[in-house]
Design a protein around this ligand. Structure first.
Ligand SMILES: Nc1ncnc2c1ncn2[C@@H]1O[C@H](COP(=O)(O)OP(=O)(O)OP(=O)(O)O)[C@@H](O)[C@H]1O
Ligand SMILES: [Mg+2]
Length: 287
């Protein structure tokens, strides 16, 4: 059984008004226990609208969301279970930091869950270490932190609830390359060590190519591909028609193939491309 699933989910904004807009059409998507699913799609394709249904922030206009097999809108207990079990990190989550200290900000979620002091403390320190926020920052004001540190604290606040599914909407937007890399590595380590499922929305094909084992592609409110990164990136022409790009390594491999270099399809990470090219160089070397 998938940990989280949507069935024929639709969302219409401002229904029955002249501003009516169907942002999500008929999406059925199952997230399996412990997997890392990447979600891509052009701006306005419905990604953020979709994920806000996954912890009950938005209610479907039609269709269902099931968490651990149960409809999340069945009753209050089901909605409470999904609020704590599915953690949602918004785009630019640092704008939502509001407590006086880093500790209190990270502790906000666990406190709401009604946990005792000792357990809250344990979870706050655990979550902070997952995102690389040192204990020395716990009594600092979030306002004193750098942009990257604020982002980490905001993510820790969700991780501290120990969600079974962690959903992140563009967690690396606006960060420098080193910051992006380290946050993605933290998220990946969180997924591997806790067994939580992670859904990662990103505009960066390279990031998705390296971290996700499965990808969902949104286009104009619909789910148009749901497959392994290799198979999705093999459909480079279709992606380009949707205004999307392919990873840099795929682009280079395509260009090399057009120039007659024999390379397999499904090249989507720099690491793999490098290995293939080095192997070729090895073949050509006289022995
Ligand atoms: N609160 C709202 N009221 C009305 N329409 C909205 C609202 N929020 C989003 N939309 C519309 O719904 C569609 C999907 O928007 P959404 O924000 O879900 O896309 P997205 O894929 O997350 O885009 P981006 O990559 O820019 O974040 C867009 O056409 C958008 O204008
Ligand atoms: Mg969005």
């Amino acid at each position: 059984m998938p940990i989280l699933e949507t069935r024929a989910l639709c969302h219409v904004y401002s229904q029955g008004t002249p501003f009516e807009k169907t942002a999500v059409h008929d999406i059925s998507l199952a997230i399996e226990e412990g997997e890392l699913l990447g979600v891509i799609g052009h701006t306005g394709s419905g990604k953020s609208t979709f994920i806000q249904h996954l912890n009950g922030l938005l209610k479907p206009s039609a269709g269902q969301v099931l968490f651990q097999g149960q409809d999340i809108h069945a009753d209050k207990a089901a909605l409470r279970a999904v609020r704590f079990g599915v953690g949602l990190v918004f785009q630019y989550p640092e704008y939502q930091l509001f407590e006086e200290t880093v500790f209190r900000d990270i502790a906000f979620g666990p406190k709401n869950m009604g946990l005792g002091e000792a357990e809250i403390r344990e979870r706050v320190y655990e979550a902070a270490s997952f995102v690389g926020v040192g204990g020395e920052l716990m009594e600092a004001s979030p306002l004193e932190l750098s942009g990257g540190q604020k982002r980490r604290v905001a993510i820790a606040g969700v991780i501290a609830m120990r969600p079974r599914v962690l959903i992140l909407d563009e967690p690396t937007a606006g960060l420098d390359p080193a910051g992006r890399e380290s946050i993605l590595a933290n998220i990946s380590a969180f997924q591997r060590s806790t067994g939580a499922a992670v859904l990662l929305i990103s505009h960066s094909m390279d990031d998705i190519a390296r971290f996700a084992r499965r990808m969902a592609v949104f286009h104009e409110g619909r789910l148009v591909m749901d497959d392994s990164p290799a198979r999705v990136f093999d459909r480079a022409d279709e992606l380009k028609q949707m205004g999307l790009t392919v990873p840099m390594a795929t682009e280079i491999a395509l260009a090399l193939r057009q120039r007659g270099v024999e390379l397999p399809e499904s090249v989507y990470t720099v690491k793999y491309l490098k290995k293939l090219l080095l192997e070729r160089r090895g073949e050509a070397r006289p022995c």
